[in-house]
Each structure stands twice: as structure tokens, then as C-alpha cells.
Write a protein that binds this ligand. Structure first.
Ligand code: GLN
Length: 499
């Protein structure tokens, strides 16, 4: 049962072929079997998930009309607050912290009847591209447990890829849903900024953060997108526009007559030949299906990483100031100080509670925002951000969607980039522009290079998230015809990952 896609499972639940308790137990059993090797989860809530499942089963038995995904279990990145389960953000700073409120995303999952299996591992406060910056140990890529699953949402991606959860929620500030999606062969979507509430999403960089679905099919991602999206009065940046018709688009999946632009700047030098090859083949399939493909140029995208690594740390330095050891979270007494001042306690706690990458970004951001440097760094980065948004706007006058490889390489060996922050940052070269401009993006598996998953990225104008699914579903169908089955079937070994 753990192999079923969410939509297939939902059909079986509706038909009464299986119960949610059985499906949830199947996921919990799978977690038991594989998570020793994969370490996708920081916390598993078997009791809570089974209770939610039993409730759905009882309501269904009573003849209640339930939402489509009711009874389908889901895993949640540990950066979204959850009543009754810890929320650590992969940091020692929040070890054991149980929030007093649910994130809106989590509240919507509960309201739609999705049992929450647990909280997934992540780079500390979502800062990283490999999930190795978690204070609780790295997550491993189910395709090769000697390799990283991408990051920061490696836990959510690995959980879905390892068949330990049919669905998961991730968050994407610079690529943390899409890039791990590419590395683990899962479908990941960053919705339009403001499309999904950030209430209860522990902020990394507020102007970039966005939660979204992680799944094993484009339709599954759309179904989950529909559950978590929509206006929330508790988030001042939440959009009031209606949720785009993503499920309808995923069911239709047709590219006939659609104009598709290949972004010249996202694919040349530095992209692994095997990644390039799978990308080109996917584009050929789309052309064969009647899409009109052209190359477009977005010249400012080459400055995306530089702008991101000023805007993001600036917001990080401000957002993480709240971890002051006074109200909640870790509190450490400075060593050898008799009656420490509040400031000394703060300093000792932040020193002990934050890892190196988080400290690096706080320092970088504090510097970029300091008087005298503000205009030169933060101000310039904001201007580049505007230029990137203009590049998108100009491109979307010519084409309906843009496409690129999701990441320049396949998953790398654990430890390879840990001492080289710049190399790590470059893993997001293709995903960051969308966050800077607020536009939506989807990654879906496009095949294997040297036995490892390759991601194909689709980008659409703000509020046109449905186009991601139109193209994603069409390409998924074409690829499956070529493979003779779903992507997971390319990895017979995937079934064998055990603790
Ligand atoms: N890898 C990027 C970073 O380290 C993006 C992280 C994210 O999207 N949360 O900032």
C-alpha cells in the first residue's frame, strides 16, 4: 500500500477498499523499515496520525462527504508549527519546543482529514542545499544512501521518495522544495509568493519563503496544493486572489499550442552533461506534443545567487533575532560567570544553539544591513531583484512558461560540499530567480543520469500556478510512456532501502 500515489490511495479510500488506519499504518511500518537508513524524520507521531485516521474512517463510515485527500497521510517539514508535536527547525535552539498553535498549512491539512505522520528533517532554519546542516544529523538520499537528498527540505523529499509518505509539505526560500525534488526524483512545487499562508512557518527570509507540496506525481502535488493554498487573514502577504485551478490543470495536462521558453542563462556551463541530456530529451517530447519551444534570455538571472545571498541573510539576521533565550527555546548559562546579565545569557545561548551556517548568515546579513554598507549591498541586491522580476515579465510576454533543469547536478556524496559554502550555494542557481521574483515553479523527475534522478523545472507567471501543472502533467505522461511506467519503477532498488 505504501507504493500507491496519493490520488490512487484516495480512490481506494473513497471506494472503501482500504481504511485510513490501514494506509496510515502502512506508512508508519515503512518509516520503521527505512528511516534508520534514510533519517527523513525528526519526529514520528504514530498515535496522533492513527487517531486522525480513525476519525476520518468513522466519518466516512457515517456517510459524510469528505475532501478528496481525506485519510491520505502526510509528512510535514519541521519548520511549520504543529500543536502536539515538536517544531525544531532542525536546530538545537528549538530542541523539544512544542508550539502552542498550528501553522495555517497544518490546520488546513487537519481540516481536510490528512493524518500527519510526523515532522521531517531539514537544514537548520532551512539554510542549506543538502540537509547536512541539520543539528540532528543528515538525511540520506534513498537512491543512494551515500549521497545527499538536496536541501533544505531533504527530509520531506526523502520521505516521499523512500515511499515512507505518499505526500509531504516543504518550504522553498531559494529552492528547498524543488532542488531536493530533483535530487530524490519527487515532484515539488513552490507556489506563487503569497499563494500559501506563511502563518506558523518559522521565518527564514519572509519575502522569499513559501510552503508547497512534495509528491510522487504531478496530480498528487496539485491535490495537496489545493488543500494548503488560499487566502489567510493571519498572513499580511497572503493573496486574496482565488487559488488557480491546479487540479483541473493536472488532470488535463496538454501542451498543444503552448509557448515554452528555454532560459538560456539556466543551463550552460556548470551543468552536468547527463542533466543537460535529460533536459533536452524532455524538451523534445514537449515539442513532439505540439508545444512551440523557443530560447529566451533573462540576462539578470546570472546575478541571482549574489542578490539572494544579500537579501536572504539580511532578512535572516532580523528574523532570527527573536531567538534570544528569554521567551522560549534554548537557554544556556555562560560558563564561569557568577550572575550573568541577560545579554550574556543571550550570547551564550545563541552561540550554543545555532550552527555554523546559521551564524555565517546572521553575520553576513548584519553586515549587509549596517549603516554605511546598506546601500552598497542590500540596496544593490534589491535593485537586482527588480531586474530579475523584469526579466521574467519580459519573458512571459513571449512565452507561457519557462523551463530549465532544476539543479545543475545530480545528488552529490555526503560531505562533498560541506566545507565549501559557495559550491553549496551554486546548487540553487536555477531555482533562486523564482523566489526573488515571487513566481511559481515546479520540479518533476525527467529521468536518470548515472543512475541518479534529474529534475526538470517549469516556471510560470505569478498567479498562473495552473500552467506548471498543465505542462508538468503533460511531460509526466510523455515520460511515463517512454519509461513504460512511473518514475519510481526506474529504481527497483528503491524498494530495498531498509534500516
Ligand atoms: N539552499 C538555499 C539556501 O541555502 C535555499 C534554502 C531554502 O529554500 N530554504 O538558502
Amino acid at each position: 500500500m505504501h507504493q500507491l500515489t496519493a490520488s490512487a490511495l484516495a480512490e481506494k479510500l473513497l471506494a472503501g477498499d482500504v481504511t485510513s488506519v490501514e494506509a496510515t499504518q502502512a506508512s508508519l511500518d515503512r518509516i520503521d523499515a527505512v528511516d534508520g537508513a534514510v533519517h527523513a524524520f525528526l519526529h514520528v507521531d504514530a498515535e496522533g496520525a492513527l487517531a486522525a485516521a480513525a476519525d476520518v474512517d468513522a466519518r466516512r463510515a457515517a456517510g459524510e462527504n469528505l475532501p478528496t485527500l481525506a485519510g491520505v497521510p502526510v509528512a510535514v517539514k519541521d519548520v511549520l508549527t504543529t500543536v502536539g508535536q515538536p517544531t525544531t527547525c532542525g536546530s538545537r535552539m528549538l530542541q523539544g519546543w512544542v508550539p502552542p498553535y498550528d501553522a495555517t498549512v497544518v490546520a488546513r491539512l487537519r481540516a481536510a482529514g490528512l493524518p500527519i505522520l510526523g515532522k521531517t528533517n531539514m537544514d537548520e532554519f532551512a539554510m542549506g542545499s543538502s540537509t547536512e546542516h541539520s543539528a540532528y544529523g543528515a538525511t540520506r538520499n534513498p537512491w543512494d544512501t551515500g549521497r545527499v537528498p538536496g536541501g533544505s527540505g531533504g527530509g520531506s523529499a526523502a520521505a516521499v521518495s523512500a515511499l515512507a509518505a505518499p505526500l509531504a509539505v516543504g518550504t522553498d526560500t531559494g529552492g528547498s522544495i524543488r532542488q531536493p525534488g530533483a535530487m530524490t526524483g519527487t515532484v515539488g512545487v513552490k507556489p506563487t509568493y503569497g499563494g500559501v499562508s506563511r502563518y506558523g512557518l518559522v521565518a527564514m527570509a519572509s519575502s522569499l519563503d513559501q510552503a508547497g507540496p512534495v509528491a510522487r506525481s504531478v496530480l498528487d502535488a496539485a491535490l495537496l496544493h489545493e488543500v494548503i493554498a488560499g487566502h489567510d487573514p493571519r498572513d499580511s502577504t497572503s493573496l486574496t486572489a482565488p487559488v488557480p485551478p491546479v487540479v483541473e490543470a493536472a488532470r488535463r495536462g496538454d501542451v498543444e499550442g503552448l509557448r515554452i521558453g528555454i532560459v538560456r542563462e539556466l543551463g550552460g556551463e556548470g551543468f552536468q552533461p547527463g542533466v543537460r541530456q535529460r533536459f533536452d530529451e524532455a524538451v523534445e517530447l514537449l515539442t513532439g506534443a505540439g508545444a512551440e519551444v523557443v530560447e529566451v534570455s533573462c540576462p539578470s538571472f546570472v546575478h541571482g545567487i549574489a542578490a539572494y545571498y544579500l537579501v536572504m541573510p539580511s532578512e535572516v539576521s532580523s528574523n532570527l533575532a527573536k531567538f534570544d533565550a528569554m521567551r522560549y527555546g534554548l537557554r544556556v548559562a555562560p560558563e564561569g560567570v557568577q550572575a550573568p546579565s541577560a545579554e550574556e545569557v543571550m550570547a551564550a545561548s545563541r552561540d550554543a544553539g545555532f550552527g555554523d551556517e546559521v551564524k555565517r548568515r546572521i553575520i553576513l546579513g548584519t553586515y549587509a544591513l549596517s549603516s554605511g554598507y546598506y546601500d552598497a549591498y542590500y540596496g544593490s541586491a534589491q535593485k537586482v531583484r527588480t531586474l530579475i522580476a523584469r526579466d521574467f515579465a519580459a519573458a512571459f510576454e513571449q512565452v507561457d512558461v519557462l523551463v530549465s533543469p532544476t539543479a545543475p547536478t545530480t545528488a552529490w556524496p555526503l560531505g562533498e560540499k560541506l566545507d565549501d559554502p559557495l559550491a553549496m550555494y551554486l546548487a540553487d542557481v536555477a531555482t533562486i530567480p523564482a523566489n526573488l521574483a515571487g513566481v511559481p515553479g515546479l520540479s518533476l523527475p525527467a529521468g536518470l543520469a548515472d543512475g541518479l534522478p534529474v529534475g526538470f523545472q517549469v516556471l510560470a507567471p505569478a498567479l498562473a500556478d495552473d500552467r506548471l501543472y498543465t505542462v508538468g502533467a503533460a511531460l509526466e505522461r510523455l515520460l511515463e510512456e517512454r519509461w513504460g511506467g512511473p518514475f519510481a519503477a526506474l529504481a527497483p532498488d528503491l524498494q530495498e532501502v531498509t534500516a
